[in-house]
Design a protein around this ligand. Structure first.
Ligand code: NAD
Ligand code: GLY
Length: 369
Protein backbone atom coordinates (compact mmCIF):
# COMPACT_ATOMS: atom_id res chain seq x y z
CA UNK A 1 0.00 0.00 0.00
CA UNK A 2 1.38 3.38 -0.90
CA UNK A 3 -0.13 6.65 0.24
CA UNK A 4 0.92 9.96 -1.17
CA UNK A 5 -0.44 13.33 -2.14
CA UNK A 6 -0.45 12.54 -5.83
CA UNK A 7 -0.51 16.00 -7.27
CA UNK A 8 -3.45 15.24 -9.61
CA UNK A 9 -5.19 18.01 -7.71
CA UNK A 10 -4.21 19.68 -4.47
CA UNK A 11 -7.22 18.06 -2.80
CA UNK A 12 -6.73 14.58 -4.22
CA UNK A 13 -5.21 11.69 -2.37
CA UNK A 14 -4.09 8.69 -4.34
CA UNK A 15 -3.83 5.29 -2.68
CA UNK A 16 -3.43 1.90 -4.23
CA UNK A 17 -4.43 -1.65 -3.48
CA UNK A 18 -1.41 -3.80 -4.16
CA UNK A 19 -2.52 -7.04 -5.78
CA UNK A 20 0.14 -7.60 -8.41
CA UNK A 21 -1.30 -7.29 -11.89
CA UNK A 22 -4.73 -6.62 -10.41
CA UNK A 23 -3.55 -3.62 -8.35
CA UNK A 24 -5.79 -0.59 -8.63
CA UNK A 25 -5.94 3.04 -7.57
CA UNK A 26 -8.24 4.69 -5.04
CA UNK A 27 -8.61 8.42 -5.72
CA UNK A 28 -10.06 10.52 -2.92
CA UNK A 29 -11.04 14.09 -3.63
CA UNK A 30 -13.19 16.39 -1.50
CA UNK A 31 -14.66 18.46 -4.33
CA UNK A 32 -15.25 16.46 -7.50
CA UNK A 33 -15.20 12.98 -9.02
CA UNK A 34 -11.53 13.08 -9.96
CA UNK A 35 -11.63 10.63 -12.86
CA UNK A 36 -8.36 11.56 -14.47
CA UNK A 37 -6.76 8.26 -13.47
CA UNK A 38 -9.49 6.64 -15.59
CA UNK A 39 -8.71 8.35 -18.87
CA UNK A 40 -6.57 5.40 -19.93
CA UNK A 41 -8.90 2.67 -18.57
CA UNK A 42 -11.99 4.12 -20.23
CA UNK A 43 -10.53 4.96 -23.61
CA UNK A 44 -12.92 3.92 -26.41
CA UNK A 45 -14.98 1.73 -24.10
CA UNK A 46 -18.71 1.51 -23.64
CA UNK A 47 -19.98 1.76 -20.07
CA UNK A 48 -23.08 0.78 -18.14
CA UNK A 49 -23.48 3.07 -15.14
CA UNK A 50 -25.51 1.42 -12.40
CA UNK A 51 -27.03 3.72 -9.80
CA UNK A 52 -30.31 4.09 -7.93
CA UNK A 53 -33.31 6.39 -7.93
CA UNK A 54 -31.96 8.48 -5.01
CA UNK A 55 -28.39 8.92 -6.17
CA UNK A 56 -29.06 9.44 -9.90
CA UNK A 57 -30.70 12.88 -9.54
CA UNK A 58 -27.97 13.96 -7.11
CA UNK A 59 -24.77 12.81 -8.80
CA UNK A 60 -25.27 11.17 -12.19
CA UNK A 61 -24.75 14.33 -14.19
CA UNK A 62 -21.75 15.37 -12.12
CA UNK A 63 -20.17 11.97 -12.71
CA UNK A 64 -20.89 11.74 -16.42
CA UNK A 65 -19.53 15.21 -17.03
CA UNK A 66 -16.31 14.11 -15.32
CA UNK A 67 -15.94 11.04 -17.56
CA UNK A 68 -13.90 11.15 -20.74
CA UNK A 69 -16.06 11.31 -23.85
CA UNK A 70 -17.57 7.84 -24.21
CA UNK A 71 -20.68 5.85 -25.04
CA UNK A 72 -22.62 5.00 -21.87
CA UNK A 73 -26.08 3.91 -20.74
CA UNK A 74 -27.60 3.97 -17.28
CA UNK A 75 -29.39 1.36 -15.17
CA UNK A 76 -31.39 2.91 -12.31
CA UNK A 77 -32.27 0.49 -9.50
CA UNK A 78 -34.90 1.07 -6.85
CA UNK A 79 -33.36 2.23 -3.57
CA UNK A 80 -32.96 -0.15 -0.65
CA UNK A 81 -31.27 -3.19 0.84
CA UNK A 82 -34.50 -5.15 0.14
CA UNK A 83 -33.71 -4.89 -3.59
CA UNK A 84 -30.23 -6.35 -3.19
CA UNK A 85 -31.44 -9.67 -4.53
CA UNK A 86 -31.40 -11.94 -7.53
CA UNK A 87 -34.37 -10.18 -9.17
CA UNK A 88 -32.62 -6.79 -9.35
CA UNK A 89 -29.25 -8.35 -10.12
CA UNK A 90 -31.10 -9.83 -13.13
CA UNK A 91 -32.28 -6.31 -14.03
CA UNK A 92 -28.62 -5.24 -14.38
CA UNK A 93 -27.80 -8.40 -16.34
CA UNK A 94 -30.74 -7.78 -18.71
CA UNK A 95 -29.46 -4.30 -19.39
CA UNK A 96 -25.95 -5.62 -20.02
CA UNK A 97 -27.45 -7.99 -22.58
CA UNK A 98 -29.59 -5.26 -24.15
CA UNK A 99 -26.61 -2.89 -24.43
CA UNK A 100 -24.40 -5.72 -25.73
CA UNK A 101 -21.77 -4.95 -23.12
CA UNK A 102 -18.75 -7.23 -23.60
CA UNK A 103 -15.42 -7.89 -21.96
CA UNK A 104 -13.84 -4.81 -23.46
CA UNK A 105 -16.49 -2.61 -21.81
CA UNK A 106 -16.93 -1.53 -18.22
CA UNK A 107 -19.55 -1.21 -15.48
CA UNK A 108 -19.53 1.83 -13.20
CA UNK A 109 -21.23 1.63 -9.80
CA UNK A 110 -22.47 5.02 -8.56
CA UNK A 111 -24.08 4.76 -5.14
CA UNK A 112 -23.87 3.27 -1.69
CA UNK A 113 -22.79 -0.21 -0.68
CA UNK A 114 -25.91 -1.82 -2.12
CA UNK A 115 -25.22 -0.46 -5.61
CA UNK A 116 -21.48 -1.21 -5.27
CA UNK A 117 -22.08 -4.83 -4.21
CA UNK A 118 -24.75 -5.52 -6.83
CA UNK A 119 -22.86 -3.90 -9.69
CA UNK A 120 -19.67 -5.67 -8.66
CA UNK A 121 -21.50 -9.00 -8.67
CA UNK A 122 -23.08 -8.33 -12.07
CA UNK A 123 -19.59 -7.46 -13.37
CA UNK A 124 -18.18 -10.65 -11.85
CA UNK A 125 -20.89 -12.81 -13.44
CA UNK A 126 -21.44 -11.25 -16.87
CA UNK A 127 -19.34 -13.06 -19.49
CA UNK A 128 -17.42 -14.58 -16.55
CA UNK A 129 -16.06 -11.20 -15.57
CA UNK A 130 -16.01 -7.68 -16.98
CA UNK A 131 -14.31 -4.63 -15.52
CA UNK A 132 -16.00 -2.52 -12.85
CA UNK A 133 -15.19 0.92 -11.45
CA UNK A 134 -16.55 1.75 -8.01
CA UNK A 135 -17.80 5.30 -7.34
CA UNK A 136 -19.11 5.10 -3.76
CA UNK A 137 -21.36 7.90 -2.50
CA UNK A 138 -22.06 6.88 1.12
CA UNK A 139 -19.52 7.09 3.93
CA UNK A 140 -19.94 3.36 4.52
CA UNK A 141 -19.19 2.51 0.91
CA UNK A 142 -16.24 4.94 0.82
CA UNK A 143 -14.56 3.46 3.90
CA UNK A 144 -15.43 -0.18 3.21
CA UNK A 145 -17.80 -1.58 0.57
CA UNK A 146 -16.18 -0.14 -2.56
CA UNK A 147 -12.70 -1.37 -1.66
CA UNK A 148 -11.49 -4.96 -1.63
CA UNK A 149 -13.51 -6.78 -4.26
CA UNK A 150 -16.25 -8.44 -2.22
CA UNK A 151 -19.42 -8.37 -4.32
CA UNK A 152 -22.79 -10.00 -3.84
CA UNK A 153 -26.49 -10.06 -3.15
CA UNK A 154 -28.72 -11.31 -0.34
CA UNK A 155 -30.78 -14.51 -0.20
CA UNK A 156 -33.83 -15.06 2.00
CA UNK A 157 -31.65 -17.46 4.01
CA UNK A 158 -29.16 -14.72 4.84
CA UNK A 159 -27.16 -11.67 3.94
CA UNK A 160 -24.61 -11.66 1.07
CA UNK A 161 -24.90 -15.43 0.67
CA UNK A 162 -24.54 -15.19 -3.12
CA UNK A 163 -21.44 -13.44 -4.40
CA UNK A 164 -17.92 -13.44 -5.75
CA UNK A 165 -14.55 -11.81 -5.20
CA UNK A 166 -14.08 -9.40 -8.11
CA UNK A 167 -11.67 -6.51 -7.68
CA UNK A 168 -12.55 -3.19 -9.32
CA UNK A 169 -10.26 -1.44 -11.81
CA UNK A 170 -10.42 1.75 -9.74
CA UNK A 171 -12.27 3.40 -6.87
CA UNK A 172 -13.17 7.09 -7.29
CA UNK A 173 -14.26 8.80 -4.06
CA UNK A 174 -15.73 12.29 -3.96
CA UNK A 175 -16.10 12.95 -0.24
CA UNK A 176 -18.40 15.95 -0.84
CA UNK A 177 -21.19 13.46 -1.67
CA UNK A 178 -21.41 12.98 2.11
CA UNK A 179 -23.02 16.46 2.32
CA UNK A 180 -26.34 15.08 1.07
CA UNK A 181 -26.22 11.89 3.13
CA UNK A 182 -28.96 11.57 5.77
CA UNK A 183 -27.56 11.64 9.31
CA UNK A 184 -28.47 8.03 10.09
CA UNK A 185 -26.56 6.90 6.99
CA UNK A 186 -23.60 9.03 8.03
CA UNK A 187 -23.59 7.41 11.47
CA UNK A 188 -23.76 3.96 9.85
CA UNK A 189 -20.55 4.82 7.97
CA UNK A 190 -18.97 5.95 11.23
CA UNK A 191 -19.64 2.48 12.67
CA UNK A 192 -17.61 0.81 9.90
CA UNK A 193 -14.87 3.43 10.34
CA UNK A 194 -14.69 2.91 14.11
CA UNK A 195 -14.49 -0.84 13.42
CA UNK A 196 -10.94 -0.48 12.03
CA UNK A 197 -9.75 1.02 15.31
CA UNK A 198 -11.07 -1.87 17.39
CA UNK A 199 -9.57 -4.40 14.97
CA UNK A 200 -5.93 -3.29 15.00
CA UNK A 201 -5.64 0.52 15.09
CA UNK A 202 -6.04 1.72 18.70
CA UNK A 203 -4.52 5.14 17.88
CA UNK A 204 -7.28 5.63 15.30
CA UNK A 205 -9.90 5.39 18.06
CA UNK A 206 -8.09 8.17 19.92
CA UNK A 207 -7.93 10.22 16.70
CA UNK A 208 -11.70 9.79 16.16
CA UNK A 209 -12.35 10.88 19.74
CA UNK A 210 -10.22 13.99 19.28
CA UNK A 211 -11.92 14.85 15.97
CA UNK A 212 -15.40 13.82 17.12
CA UNK A 213 -16.96 17.28 16.71
CA UNK A 214 -15.29 17.96 13.36
CA UNK A 215 -16.34 14.56 12.04
CA UNK A 216 -19.90 14.90 13.33
CA UNK A 217 -20.16 18.26 11.57
CA UNK A 218 -18.80 16.67 8.35
CA UNK A 219 -15.72 18.88 8.23
CA UNK A 220 -14.31 18.14 4.74
CA UNK A 221 -10.67 17.85 5.83
CA UNK A 222 -11.35 15.62 8.82
CA UNK A 223 -13.66 13.42 6.74
CA UNK A 224 -11.20 13.10 3.88
CA UNK A 225 -8.43 12.18 6.31
CA UNK A 226 -10.61 9.60 8.00
CA UNK A 227 -11.74 8.04 4.71
CA UNK A 228 -8.17 7.86 3.44
CA UNK A 229 -7.06 6.23 6.71
CA UNK A 230 -9.82 3.63 6.51
CA UNK A 231 -9.05 2.83 2.86
CA UNK A 232 -5.41 2.43 3.78
CA UNK A 233 -6.20 0.10 6.71
CA UNK A 234 -8.46 -1.98 4.48
CA UNK A 235 -6.00 -2.00 1.58
CA UNK A 236 -3.29 -3.46 3.81
CA UNK A 237 -5.54 -6.29 4.93
CA UNK A 238 -6.86 -7.03 1.42
CA UNK A 239 -3.33 -7.03 -0.05
CA UNK A 240 -2.28 -9.57 2.60
CA UNK A 241 -5.34 -11.83 2.35
CA UNK A 242 -7.49 -11.06 -0.68
CA UNK A 243 -9.80 -14.11 -0.49
CA UNK A 244 -10.28 -14.17 3.29
CA UNK A 245 -8.22 -17.26 4.03
CA UNK A 246 -7.07 -15.70 7.30
CA UNK A 247 -6.71 -12.17 8.64
CA UNK A 248 -9.29 -10.54 6.30
CA UNK A 249 -11.94 -12.21 8.47
CA UNK A 250 -11.01 -9.62 11.13
CA UNK A 251 -12.75 -6.99 8.97
CA UNK A 252 -15.96 -8.77 9.87
CA UNK A 253 -15.81 -7.62 13.50
CA UNK A 254 -19.45 -7.29 14.61
CA UNK A 255 -20.75 -8.63 11.29
CA UNK A 256 -21.80 -12.16 12.30
CA UNK A 257 -24.03 -10.67 14.98
CA UNK A 258 -24.95 -7.77 12.69
CA UNK A 259 -26.03 -9.95 9.75
CA UNK A 260 -28.25 -11.97 12.12
CA UNK A 261 -29.79 -8.70 13.38
CA UNK A 262 -30.44 -7.57 9.80
CA UNK A 263 -31.99 -10.93 8.90
CA UNK A 264 -34.23 -11.19 11.99
CA UNK A 265 -35.47 -7.63 11.41
CA UNK A 266 -36.27 -8.26 7.73
CA UNK A 267 -33.52 -5.93 6.40
CA UNK A 268 -35.66 -2.85 6.97
CA UNK A 269 -35.37 -1.80 10.62
CA UNK A 270 -31.61 -1.33 10.92
CA UNK A 271 -29.14 0.07 8.43
CA UNK A 272 -26.23 -2.27 7.81
CA UNK A 273 -23.84 -0.01 9.74
CA UNK A 274 -26.29 0.23 12.66
CA UNK A 275 -26.55 -3.56 12.82
CA UNK A 276 -22.74 -3.75 12.73
CA UNK A 277 -22.57 -1.21 15.60
CA UNK A 278 -24.81 -3.40 17.80
CA UNK A 279 -22.86 -6.43 16.58
CA UNK A 280 -19.57 -4.89 17.71
CA UNK A 281 -21.11 -4.20 21.13
CA UNK A 282 -22.15 -7.87 21.29
CA UNK A 283 -18.63 -8.92 20.30
CA UNK A 284 -17.23 -6.72 23.10
CA UNK A 285 -19.76 -8.15 25.59
CA UNK A 286 -18.82 -11.71 24.60
CA UNK A 287 -15.08 -10.89 24.77
CA UNK A 288 -15.56 -9.71 28.35
CA UNK A 289 -17.90 -12.62 29.18
CA UNK A 290 -15.29 -15.15 28.02
CA UNK A 291 -12.62 -13.17 29.96
CA UNK A 292 -10.68 -12.68 26.74
CA UNK A 293 -10.82 -8.92 27.36
CA UNK A 294 -10.78 -7.00 30.60
CA UNK A 295 -13.95 -5.32 31.83
CA UNK A 296 -14.07 -1.86 30.27
CA UNK A 297 -13.92 -2.84 26.61
CA UNK A 298 -17.71 -2.96 26.34
CA UNK A 299 -18.00 0.50 27.88
CA UNK A 300 -15.37 1.93 25.49
CA UNK A 301 -17.14 0.40 22.52
CA UNK A 302 -20.54 1.69 23.58
CA UNK A 303 -19.35 5.19 24.38
CA UNK A 304 -17.69 5.89 21.02
CA UNK A 305 -20.62 4.44 19.05
CA UNK A 306 -23.13 6.43 21.10
CA UNK A 307 -21.09 9.59 20.48
CA UNK A 308 -22.19 9.24 16.85
CA UNK A 309 -25.80 8.41 17.78
CA UNK A 310 -25.49 4.75 16.89
CA UNK A 311 -27.70 2.08 18.48
CA UNK A 312 -26.01 -0.30 20.93
CA UNK A 313 -28.91 -2.57 22.00
CA UNK A 314 -31.53 -4.80 20.35
CA UNK A 315 -35.20 -4.61 21.34
CA UNK A 316 -36.51 -7.31 23.66
CA UNK A 317 -38.73 -8.80 20.93
CA UNK A 318 -35.62 -10.41 19.37
CA UNK A 319 -34.76 -13.63 21.18
CA UNK A 320 -30.99 -14.09 21.68
CA UNK A 321 -31.41 -17.82 20.92
CA UNK A 322 -33.04 -16.97 17.56
CA UNK A 323 -30.15 -14.65 16.69
CA UNK A 324 -27.68 -17.42 17.47
CA UNK A 325 -29.57 -19.79 15.15
CA UNK A 326 -29.20 -17.24 12.35
CA UNK A 327 -25.51 -16.85 13.19
CA UNK A 328 -25.05 -20.54 12.32
CA UNK A 329 -25.53 -19.55 8.66
CA UNK A 330 -22.54 -17.22 8.73
CA UNK A 331 -19.89 -17.82 6.07
CA UNK A 332 -17.22 -18.08 8.79
CA UNK A 333 -18.93 -21.08 10.44
CA UNK A 334 -16.62 -24.10 10.04
CA UNK A 335 -17.90 -27.66 10.64
CA UNK A 336 -21.01 -26.15 12.24
CA UNK A 337 -18.84 -24.46 14.91
CA UNK A 338 -19.11 -20.73 15.62
CA UNK A 339 -16.01 -18.86 14.53
CA UNK A 340 -16.18 -15.27 15.73
CA UNK A 341 -14.09 -12.13 15.69
CA UNK A 342 -13.56 -11.12 19.32
CA UNK A 343 -11.18 -8.70 21.04
CA UNK A 344 -8.51 -8.90 23.72
CA UNK A 345 -8.72 -5.12 23.97
CA UNK A 346 -9.03 -2.03 21.80
CA UNK A 347 -7.13 -2.74 18.57
CA UNK A 348 -6.60 -6.40 19.43
CA UNK A 349 -9.16 -8.35 17.45
CA UNK A 350 -8.65 -12.03 16.76
CA UNK A 351 -10.46 -15.00 15.28
CA UNK A 352 -11.82 -17.28 18.01
CA UNK A 353 -12.77 -20.84 16.99
CA UNK A 354 -15.55 -23.02 18.34
CA UNK A 355 -17.24 -20.43 20.56
CA UNK A 356 -19.77 -21.97 22.94
CA UNK A 357 -23.39 -21.17 21.99
CA UNK A 358 -24.54 -20.75 25.58
CA UNK A 359 -21.89 -18.07 26.13
CA UNK A 360 -23.00 -16.28 22.94
CA UNK A 361 -26.63 -16.27 24.12
CA UNK A 362 -25.58 -14.96 27.56
CA UNK A 363 -23.54 -12.14 26.00
CA UNK A 364 -26.37 -11.14 23.65
CA UNK A 365 -28.72 -11.02 26.65
CA UNK A 366 -26.54 -8.19 28.03
CA UNK A 367 -27.25 -6.21 24.87
CA UNK A 368 -31.05 -6.29 25.00
CA UNK A 369 -32.89 -3.03 25.73
P1 NAD B 1 -27.02 1.94 0.76
O1 NAD B 1 -26.27 1.58 -0.43
O2 NAD B 1 -28.39 1.39 0.93
O3 NAD B 1 -27.06 3.53 0.86
C1 NAD B 1 -27.73 4.12 1.94
C2 NAD B 1 -28.79 5.13 1.49
O4 NAD B 1 -28.15 6.33 1.11
C3 NAD B 1 -29.59 4.70 0.30
O5 NAD B 1 -30.90 5.16 0.45
C4 NAD B 1 -28.90 5.42 -0.85
O6 NAD B 1 -29.73 5.60 -1.97
C5 NAD B 1 -28.57 6.72 -0.20
N1 NAD B 1 -27.47 7.47 -0.74
C6 NAD B 1 -26.33 7.01 -1.29
N2 NAD B 1 -25.48 8.01 -1.50
C7 NAD B 1 -26.11 9.14 -1.12
C8 NAD B 1 -25.74 10.50 -1.08
N3 NAD B 1 -24.52 10.90 -1.41
N4 NAD B 1 -26.64 11.40 -0.63
C9 NAD B 1 -27.88 11.00 -0.22
N5 NAD B 1 -28.27 9.73 -0.20
C10 NAD B 1 -27.38 8.81 -0.65
O7 NAD B 1 -26.23 1.51 2.09
P2 NAD B 1 -24.70 1.58 2.50
O8 NAD B 1 -24.70 1.77 3.94
O9 NAD B 1 -23.92 2.48 1.64
O10 NAD B 1 -24.17 0.12 2.17
C11 NAD B 1 -24.68 -1.00 2.83
C12 NAD B 1 -24.43 -2.21 1.96
O11 NAD B 1 -23.03 -2.36 1.75
C13 NAD B 1 -24.92 -3.49 2.58
O12 NAD B 1 -25.63 -4.22 1.63
C14 NAD B 1 -23.65 -4.22 2.97
O13 NAD B 1 -23.79 -5.62 2.94
C15 NAD B 1 -22.69 -3.73 1.94
N6 NAD B 1 -21.29 -3.79 2.35
C16 NAD B 1 -20.41 -4.39 1.54
C17 NAD B 1 -19.07 -4.44 1.88
C18 NAD B 1 -18.09 -5.06 0.95
O14 NAD B 1 -16.93 -5.22 1.32
N7 NAD B 1 -18.47 -5.43 -0.25
C19 NAD B 1 -18.63 -3.86 3.07
C20 NAD B 1 -19.57 -3.23 3.89
C21 NAD B 1 -20.90 -3.20 3.52
N1 GLY C 1 -16.24 -5.72 4.73
C1 GLY C 1 -15.41 -6.84 4.99
C2 GLY C 1 -14.47 -7.17 3.91
O1 GLY C 1 -14.39 -6.50 2.90
O2 GLY C 1 -13.76 -8.12 4.04
Amino acid sequence: MTTQQCGIEADSIQLSIELGQRSYPITICNKTFDTRVLAHVLQKRKALIVTNETVAPLYLEQLTSALPSMDYSVCVLPDGEQYKNVQYWQMIIDQLAEQRINRSDVLIALGGGVVCDMTGFAAASWMRGVDVIQVPTTLLAQVDASVGGKTGINHAAGKNLIGAFHQPKAVIINTSTIDTLPSREFAAGMAESIKYGFINQPAFIEWIRQKQNLLASKDPNALTQMIAQCCQFKAEVVAADEKEQGMRALLNLGHTFGHAIETISGYNKYLHGEAVAIGMVMAAALSEHLKLAQVGLLEQMESILQAFDLPVRIPSEYQPSELVKLMRLDKKVVDRKHRLILMRGVGQAEIVEDVDETAIVEAIEKCVE
